[in-house]
Structures are given as structure tokens and as C-alpha cells.
Ligand binder design. Sequence first.
Ligand code: HCR
Length: 387
Amino acid sequence: TEAGAVPAAQRGSWTSFVKSIASFSGDLSSMTAPPFILSPISLTEFPAYWLERPELFAAIADGVDAEDRALRVLKWFISTLKGQYTSRNEKLGSEKKPLNPVLGELFYGTWPDKNGRGETKLLVEQVSHHPPITAYHITNTSKHLTLQGHNAQKTSFATGSIFVKQIGHAILTYQPPGKEAEKYLITLPKLRIDGIWYGAPYVELTDNGYIQSSTGYLASIEYKGKGYFSGKAHSIKAIFGPSNDATNPTVTVEGQWDTITKVTAANGAKHAKSGSVFTDVTSPKEEVTVAPLDQQGEWETRKLWEKVAAGIRGGDFEAASKDKTRIENEQRQRRRDEAAAGTPWQLKHFLHVDNDADYAALAGMFTGTGVIPTEDCYVFKSAAGSS
Ligand code: HCR
């Protein structure tokens, strides 16, 4: 039946929500949606998806040479996609509308050291509210690895689906002591959200993404859904090799990003074997560890949204909406006070830069893709300013 996943009492409001997104383009986060589609989790928690397979992240540092490490970066990256794009369906039944973070909202977490992989720390800050932009910094000090990036989304609606272009990128740095830093620019896929009409949204990835390394390796990634080259949902094909020799790739990886991908290796490939499994994400992943609520500060996301989240989880939408309105009004008042005093909000962990030199250098190594526009960036301030 139409709108089959929508509770009967919310069909009318779902229909008008869908109609309003159809005639709207821009910031979905600010639109009011019916209760059944609300998630109790803020977008500031999403960067944790990067590290839910901490051993694969740590393993990048164990690569024996630059080619091996670049392949390990690709392996780790593909292995994060299932968590990033399907975990709300698994946990909450469908993709849901996350809480729209407030300016200055924070999220901190860790993955403990296990089996010599080292401890990994996550730090997230909402660095802009209009448009919503989330910045993150993830470090595994003992493996000399850092992932830093920022995310925003531009949405549009066509043929019954929501299309989401991700603005932003991530840069992974591997810097062992006394050696030159190795960097990787990671661009983000486009999303198509289907199943809207039925009230059961889910994400398919489309178009292309790239991972360019400062050591000269490029992974060109193609995302396709059902009915395209493999006929299966969540398909991926990545072509990997020296970026100055795109016609002669050393490794091709193909399969499903939510289950298994396999390798086809050309003669020159040193670190991959044809027919071998490249990524397998069918085993459980490891969620981030977060401090208990009573030890969190007022700007930390779970503390900040505590009552709203409890309302959504417990079905008390009136309480949820009341506290959400309180938070939003407080934010508006704060902005008015700042404007009146001439003292704008200060970011805690990040600095806005017009053009990040690392990003420009890595983006400049791309040949022929034409996909990298100049971008505003948010870079991590420094360890000294981070506590
Ligand atoms: C588009 C989306 C918000 C953004 C989410 C992002 C792109 C955030 C960065 C993560 O690394 C990856 C990621 C995964 C999510 O799939 C994506 C969300 C899917 C839906 C949500 C919309 C703003 C909500 C649409 C509202 C509908 C479903 C009712």
C-alpha cells in the first residue's frame, strides 16, 4: 500500500511533508517532519562512523610501502560505508531525520586500545548552523594517523527521491616521527534517498568519489544501485593505481559496499591478489565509547538533546518538541546577544580557512576528473586548543 510504513495517524502529515520537500530545495534539516521519521541522534554523532572498524584504520600504518598504505586506506574507507549509510535502517527501521545540531555542539568519543591497534579519539564540533556544517578530528596517536574533515549537505528533490550532494571532504594524514607526512584526500559520495513515499527512506550512493594520496596513488570510485552495472543495490567499483597512469590501473575492486568486495589485480600489483576478498563488513562493528551523561558538559550532544531524545524514544513527542523549541529559542537569543555585543561565537576546536593548503595541493594532483571545486575548510586548531 502507499505510505505503508507510516503510522495511520501520521499519514496526512507525512503526505504534506513529502509535498513540501518536493517543492523545496536547500536545507532539509530545518523542516518539520512527522514524529515517526525523527531520529533521537544528532548529526554531530555521524563522524563516529569513520572509525567503527578501528583495526582497519590502525592497519593503514602497518602497510609496508606507500602503495600498500594507499590500498589499506581504500579498504578502510569502503568498510565504513555500510555504517555511514545503512545503519539507521538496521537500528531504527529506516533512514530517519537526524537532530539538527546547534552551533558549538560537541561530541567526544574513543575506541580503546585492543590487540596493539592503539587508542583512537574522536572530537566533533558543529562549526556552522546556517548552513549546517560539522567538523571532526580523529586521531590514533600510537599509529601516527589523523583523519580530519567537515561535512555539509545540499539537497534537492526529483522523481520521488531526495538527492543529497555532500559538500566537504576528509584528509587522512600518516606522519611517523621524523618522516615526511603522507596525506590522502577523500571525497564523499552523492546520495539518493529512495522509499520516501512509503515512509521508509533508505540511502543509495551514486556518482563518483576519489581518494588521492600525496604519494601519487589515486582510487577512483564509482557507486551504483540496483539496475546499473551489477544489478545489485549498493554496488561499488574502485580503480586503483598511480594517478599519472589512469589507463593502467594496478587493482580493481568490485562488489557490494554493504557486504563483500573482491579484487582483480593487474601484473604490476604488489599487494593484492586477484579473486581475494578486499572488504568484508558482514561481521559486527564497534561503536564509539562515550562518557556517561552525568559526566558530559552542556554542549555535548547527548546532554544537550537529552530530553528531546528521551521524548522521541519514549513516544512523548510533546515533551520532545517542547525541549527542542527551548533549545532553538535559546540559540536565537544567544545570536541576538552576540550581534548586540559585537562578539561572534568562537569555535572551540576548529578554525575556518578560505582555502586549506593541503586540500589545494591534493586536489591539484587530480587529473581529468574536474570534480574538485575550491572549498571553505575547517581545520583543527591544534592540540593545545583542544581540551
Ligand atoms: C542526508 C541525511 C543527513 C546527512 C547524512 C550523512 C551525509 C552525514 C555525513 C555522514 O558521514 C554520512 C551521512 C549519512 C546519512 O545517510 C545522511 C542522511 C540521510 C538522511 C538525512 C536527511 C537530512 C534527512 C532526510 C529526511 C527524510 C528521510 C525524512
